[in-house]
Design a protein around this ligand. Structure first.
Ligand code: MFK
Length: 149
């Protein structure tokens, strides 16, 4: 299998959702696939929402972090690297999550993200979780440039 976007570009990142360097994190791994970025995510039993489905906060986390892969890939393609001295070029400024259907806890889920608009200062992306051919949750994500202060 190819190396994930996170392992390739952010191997030392401690982000809870997608950092390869966070042993207790979700360690989401995303892969560029043409104009889309895809990932598989298998929840852990402790990610339960109390009803036997996936917890909404975990859903938001994986949507956020998977959109990050699409955004940082787009930035990389366009030659917009992180500013000197900061680990990431962009940060989430908004995440409008819609929980469309219960998201299974005991299944491997598919994530798909696509960049919608990109400028050096702001990038927007759409990201969704699918299972059994149905969208379970989706979000519009707004990412803004992260500047060293
Ligand atoms: C593929 C793997 C890639 C890895 C992806 C990692 C995924 C991480 C996903 C996340 O979880 S991100 C976490 C959620 N997002 C945030 O915490 C962002 C919080 N919001 C902000 O920092 C700012 O609103 C933002 C940088 C998005 C936009 O700021 P602006 O530059 O447009 O506005 P402004 O300059 O007015 O700054 C707003 C406030 O943020 C503060 N701020 C901005 N940049 C900062 C900075 N670099 N350090 C400290 N504070 C900062 C700034 O001082 C100010 O605070 P005060 O009003 O109290 O002065």
């Amino acid at each position: 299998m190819d190396t994930s976007h996170q392992q390739t570009y952010f191997p030392d990142l401690p982000c809870f959702g997608c950092g390869p360097a966070n042993a207790l994190g979700l360690q989401l791994q995303s892969f560029v696939d043409g104009d889309r970025v895809t990932a598989s995510f298998t929840p852990r039993p402790e990610h339960d929402n109390g009803l036997g489905f996936l917890n909404g906060g975990i859903i938001a986390t994986v949507l956020d972090c998977h959109s990050a892969a699409a955004v940082t890939h787009a930035a990389h393609e366009r030659g917009w690297p992180a500013d000197p001295g900061v680990p990431l070029p962009y940060v989430t400024a908004g995440l409008d999550v819609r929980y469309r259907r219960p998201t299974p806890l005991r299944a491997t889920l598919t994530l798909v993200a696509e960049v919608r608009e990109a400028s050096r200062d702001e990038i927007t992306a759409h990201v969704r979780i699918e299972h059994d051919g149905k969208v379970r949750a989706e979000a519009d994500a707004l990412w803004k440039r992260w500047r060293a202060r």
